[in-house]
Design a binder for this molecule. Structure first.
Ligand SMILES: [Zn+2]
Length: 80
């Protein structure tokens, strides 16, 4: 499922010593269109992390994030 990206913001670089990085926040419209899905990508060495969450109560009941800790995450329907 392709989601519509609403915004992408990059934080000022932060870190300690040589371990500098930034936090990239990408916000997408959720499938119902009323709320959003947010991906946060932390690029700091040693703290690399990706987390995607559904910020919509309606869609959270219908969909889940596959590979939520990967840049290759995707949204998929929950099979009942
Ligand atoms: Zn929704």
């Amino acid at each position: 499922m392709n989601l519509i990206k609403i915004s992408e913001t990059v934080s000022p670089a932060h870190g300690i010593g040589n371990n500098w990085g930034e936090t990239i926040t990408k916000v997408y419209k959720c499938p119902c269109g009323e709320n959003t899905i947010t991906t946060e990508i932390e690029t700091t060495t040693g703290h690399k992390n990706v987390c995607t969450s559904i910020d919509c109560l309606v869609c959270a009941k219908k969909y889940r994030i596959a590979n939520k800790n990967s840049r290759n995450w995707s949204i998929e329907p929950i099979n009942k």
